[in-house]
Design a protein around this ligand. Structure first.
Ligand code: LAN
Length: 731
């Protein structure tokens, strides 16, 4: 058990000395927080503005001259945001929201004996305390979501491991809510797995996860290599641990948790009867009859699993686990498979192994301390995604050409240059990977996954800097941009649309066997308007500068992609967003694409419809605000407050459409300027991002990139609009 800790009463109290935390971010995009124990090291390395801002400490930056125009406001915005740039050129930030990731970090670390430092434990506790719902003390799937068994059972468990006593008021309240929801046995599948690993639930109560599925012939539609990359990469280590029935050795804490987490007596639970016992509050995608039948068959097989087949299946998935670790330098695809792989590798190779050491090192990349404490982030960062947007914002607004921004942009270009992936993965087809040569990832090159829209946005950012900013060197060669084009073209699906990491590999009916209960649309890749847009815009911009490379292929790709976008428009006029909230997000992207193929308000009925749809949601104060519920319900749902980021998306959409009336854009500008703080920054508002239909995730840098972008663009847009109007009036 970990050493005892003194835990303050609630999350508002200071848990550690925040002035001792420093962010190391000078290693090609890796960002790692460190707590400096000694006064000397603290003095030798004073906190930067970046450190202070991320920790929620006052930055004491001076008030800037009050902006008179939208461009002044954008300029002030960037003069603040520049302070948050890391020495290596990217803009690090917190990436929290999901409430099922930190428990994975804590449980996975605990069962493998991979200690967390005292300061980290305290800050993890502070975070979970602060994110407990005020009303009932529980936690949800994400921090804006209602309390669920998944969130409450796992986070309660994490707090106990971290050293909080069961008598602490936070725990008493949370336990009460958990019991009201029916106790930990009503957890969805992923919760049941983590609890079984910790030996506070029984593997007998988990639906079968047989590794033998990987022995099926690859042409079978159900073969797991056809599943969405996250679904299969989580399934692989889960299946490994399931087949081993791995569980932590019993100890006092485990015995106590067995008493705390359940309503009745732990030892009288009928485990097989719990497999499909899930709290209705947790469920988004209920089991289908087909899934239940499949689980019944797999459960029966489990009673007589054929040893050589089990052995072969296990060997196959262990290979896949090792290949995934090696391909990604132990960052892994995401935080869930990261921690499960860490446990699996420890089970197989022990704590003395190189794999253990590497996992321990890279575990740190996910551990972020923000204003509320420390949590496990949604990925090892948002590096590429954020840098690509801010660069485009600066170039399109003209701020990139201002001398005082040159150094910052040069660093950004160097970062973009470094982060393009130059080769295909070490384990390529054998690990079912899509090509990576030429791609940009979502986070870092080391993590190494191609994402369609990250490649598109990364390429756009490079072309913008190299072609539009005269003072920038040409660091990325034409040949490398051509590699990026090849990647993008390779990702187009039959429908013309683009998915996230790979081509759509499986049939839609695989969704009927989605076992995760809490997420929707996770079994296969789907085409997304957002991803499709990035492909269209990147290719269109590339072609302007390099018309001699695959012109006909690019033309063809764009044509098919636009066809997909047309078909994806909803009858009300907007596009549904899967990765951002929601219609404002996707409609902005869609209208950007359409503008590049000449479809604007003047020329296209579709675009008119989209503009009217957006305008119908503009509020009194000139802004827009959508709730994450829009993504869950697939219908526009207003947020109770207007949101700066969504207002920017909507106003950008109108500008892409070349909406002829200045008034709605002016009102949006006014509202965004009114929320700008004297130092040029904007405060964090509601959550902006989304995944898998139900889980919200923050993009804290959006409040800088999209504000600067929208304000700067609006400045020029409105100026032009008035100039042409003036001309017309003069005629
Ligand atoms: C992300 C974040 C970025 C996002 C975009 C680039 C915005 C999108 O256009 C494509 C999909 C992608 C890359 C994406 C996929 C799913 C991720 C990785 C996440 C939302 C961040 C966290 C999430 C991951 C699945 C979280 C772990 C949870 C599981 C269900 C495994």
């Amino acid at each position: 058990m970990w050493s005892p800790l003194d835990v303050p009463e609630n999350g508002d109290a200071p848990f550690t000395d925040l002035t001792r935390w420093r962010l190391n971010a000078d290693d090609n995009g890796r960002h790692v927080w460190e707590y400096l124990e000694s006064d000397e090291t603290c003095q030798a390395r004073p906190q930067t503005v970046m450190d202070k801002f991320q920790l929620g400490l006052p930055t004491n930056l001076p008030a800037l001259p009050r902006p008179k125009t939208a461009l002044d406001a954008a300029r002030n915005g960037f003069s603040f945001f520049k302070h948050l740039q890391a020495p290596d050129g990217h803009w690090p930030c917190e990436y929290d929201g999901p409430m099922f990731l930190t428990p994975g970090l804590v449980i996975g670390s605990y069962v493998t004996g991979m200690e967390l430092k005292r300061a980290e434990r305290l800050e993890l506790i502070r975070y979970l305390f602060r994110k407990a719902h005020k009303e009932d003390g529980g936690w949800g799937l994400h921090f804006e979501g209602r309390s669920t068994v998944f969130g409450t059972a796992l986070n309660y468990t994490a707090l106990r491991i971290l050293g909080v006593s069961p008598d602490h008021p936070v725990m008493v309240k949370a336990r009460n809510t958990l019991h009201n929801l029916g106790g930990a046995m009503r957890s969805p599948q992923w919760g049941k797995v983590w609890l079984s690993i910790l030996n506070i639930y029984d593997w007998e109560g988990v639906n079968a996860l047989p590794p033998e599925l990987w022995l099926f012939p690859e042409w079978l539609p159900i073969h797991p290599h056809r599943w969405w990359i996250h679904a299969r990469n989580v399934f692989i280590p889960m299946s490994f641990l399931y087949a081993h029935r791995f569980k932590a050795p019993e100890n006092e804490l485990i015995l106590s948790l067995r008493r705390e987490l359940y309503v009745g007596d732990y030892y009288s639970i009928d485990w097989p009867a719990q497999r499909n016992n899930i709290c209705p509050v947790d469920i988004y995608a209920p089991h289908t009859f087909i899934l239940d039948s499949l689980f019944a068959i797999l459960g029966a097989y489990e009673l007589c699993a054929i040893p050589p087949l089990r052995k072969a299946g296990l060997a196959r998935i262990y290979d896949l686990i090792v290949m995934e670790d090696e391909n990604t330098a132990y960052q892994d695809l995401g935080p869930v498979n990261k921690m499960l792989n860490l446990v699996a590798r420890t089970v197989a190779e022990g704590p003395e192994s190189e794999a253990y050491a590497q996992h321990k090192l890279k575990r740190r990349d996910f551990m972020w301390i923000g204003p509320n404490g420390m949590s496990m982030n949604g990925t090892n960062g948002v590096q590429l995604w954020d840098i690509a947007f801010i660069v485009q914002a600066l170039v399109e607004t003209g701020l990139a050409e201002e001398e005082e921004n040159r150094e910052s942009l040069l660093k950004a270009l160097q970062w973009l240059d470094e982060s393009q992936i130059r080769d295909n993965p070490k384990h390529y087809e054998s690990a079912y990977r899509h090509r990576t040569k030429g791609a940009w990832p979502f986070s870092t090159k080391e993590q190494s996954y191609t994402v369609s829209d990250c490649t598109g946005e990364g390429m756009k950012a490079v072309i913008y800097l190299q072609e539009h900013v005269p003072s920038m060197p040409k660091l990325v060669s034409k040949e490398r941009l051509c590699d990026a084009v090849d990647v993008i073209i390779s990702m187009q699906n039959q429908s013309g649309g683009f998915a996230s990491y790979e081509l759509v590999r499986g049939p839609r009916w695989l969704e009927w066997i989605n076992p995760a209960e809490v997420f929707g649309n996770i079994m296969i890749e789907y085409e997304y308007p957002e991803c499709t847009t990035s492909a269209i815009t990147a290719l269109a911009i590339f072609r302007k500068h390099y018309p001699d490379y695959r012109y006909a292929d690019i033309e063809d790709t764009i044509r098919k992609a636009v066809k997909y976008l047309h078909a994806a428009q909803r009858p009300e006029g907007g596009w549904f967003g899967s990765w951002g909230i929601c219609f404002t997000y996707a409609t902005q992207f869609a209208l950007e694409s359409l503008s590049l193929v000449g479809e604007t308000y003047e020329t296209s009925v579709r675009v008119q419809k989209a503009c009217h749809f957006l305008l119908s949601h503009q509020r009194e104060d000139g802004g827009w605000g959508e709730s994450y519920e829009s993504c869950v319900k697939e219908a526009w749902i207003d947020h109770e407050n207007t949101q700066v980021v969504m207002t920017c998306w909507a106003a950008m959409a109108l500008m892409y459409a070349q909406y002829p009336e200045p008034e709605p854009i002016e009102r949006a500008v006014k509202m965004v300027m009114s929320r700008q703080l004297p130092d040029g920054s904007w405060a964090q508002e509601a959550i902006e991002g989304m995944f898998n239909k139900t889980c919200a995730i923050v993009y804290p840098n959006f409040k800088f990139s999209f504000t600067i972008w929208m304000l700067g663009r609006a400045h020029w847009y409105l100026e032009k609009l008035y100039a042409t109007r003036g001309k017309r009036a003069g005629n």
